[in-house]
Design a binder for this molecule. Structure first.
Ligand code: 7PM
Length: 280
């Protein structure tokens, strides 16, 4: 059984009570229609307020598109996208997670009041460990093979579960060696990040073992991903039911946090799940 408390900046979670829902808030230019930073900010605030009404536990703000093949975003542009959103949302009473790989963005976000840093690169960038070390923000350490530009070209593992587990262990050890408290850390196998459907399925089935082996809570992001499309045969805009199935499969394996687009539907599904799984 993993330790059950997660320190997340201004907030603390008891992970034994119920699975948490992290809602995805994209602030990339392709996530709002008419461009313009003012409209982008209004759009983000409305999206966040809706998620709060829907029962979200953590809002994950992403200013760097990580779509396979997409170019990386300069640090100044990522800051221009993300910082106004942190300022606009930080008094809403919900934990704010920032989805970034860049130490400069991590530092600025933490100063501005971010409660969690979600790094799809597992805090491998030079300076990333130091950027998060001296705060109390939560951390999500994710596995990715390759880079967002090339990761889906040729995913390759001899033993995907063993390699992802070893990677996550090494990155968590690096954080802990810097003095980071274990209760700040979550781990994420990184569904879709340099993985085939078979790799993703093997990882989904391994969540329970991985969580037990590393003794850290798992965060799982399956929402609308290509593995859901592959299993259901559905295009991107028809993956809600499949994504709910994915969230429940992850939680059945013991995942403590699910990262999703559809907060209201996931919160409902998890409430019913929880009612039928009385173990606390
Ligand atoms: C295009 C392709 C846009 C893929 C966005 C994505 C995860 C994450 C993302 C995840 C954690 C998406 C991804 N996925 N952070 N950020 N875990 N911790 O589908 O699985 O949202 S971006």
């Amino acid at each position: 059984m993993s330790r059950e408390y997660l320190q997340c900046g201004r907030f603390g979670f008891d992970l034994a009570k119920r699975p948490l829902v992290m809602g995805i808030l994209n602030v990339t230019p392709d996530s709002f229609s008419d461009g313009g930073r003012h409209h982008a900010l209004e759009f983000a605030v409305e999206g966040a307020e809706q998620m709060i009404r829907d029962g979200v536990d953590i809002i994950d703000i992403g200013g760097e598109s990580t779509r396979p093949g997409s170019p990386s975003v300069p640090v100044e542009e990522e800051l221009r996208r993300v910082m106004p959103v942190i300022y606009a949302l930080r008094e809403l009473g919900v934990p704010l997670s920032i989805d970034t790989c860049k130490p400069e963005v991590m530092r600025e976000a933490i100063i501005a009041g971010a409660d969690m840093i979600n790094d799809i690169n597992g805090f491998r960038a030079p300076g990333a460990l130091e950027a998060v070390r001296d705060s109390d923000c939560g951390l999500c350490v994710m596995h990715m093979q390759g880079t967002p530009q090339d990761m889906q070209a040729q995913p390759d593992y001899a033993d995907v579960v063993g390699e992802v587990t070893a990677f996550l262990r090494a990155r968590c050890d690096a954080l802990i060696a810097e003095g980071v408290a274990r209760e700040r850390i979550t781990i994420d196998p990184g569904f879709g990040f340099g993985k085939t459907v078979a790799h993703n399925v093997a990882l989904l089935r391994s969540i329970s073992n991985m969580q037990r082996e590393l003794g850290l809570p798992v965060l799982a992001g399956l929402s609308r991903k290509s593995m859901i499309g592959a299993i259901t045969g559905r295009p991107l805009d028809e993956r809600l039911a499949g994504s709910l199935g994915g969230a429940l499969a992850a939680v059945a394996q013991g995942a403590r946090i699910v990262r999703v687009h559809d907060v209201a539907e996931t919160v409902d599904a998890l409430k019913v799940w929880q009612a039928g799984t009385k173990n606390n």
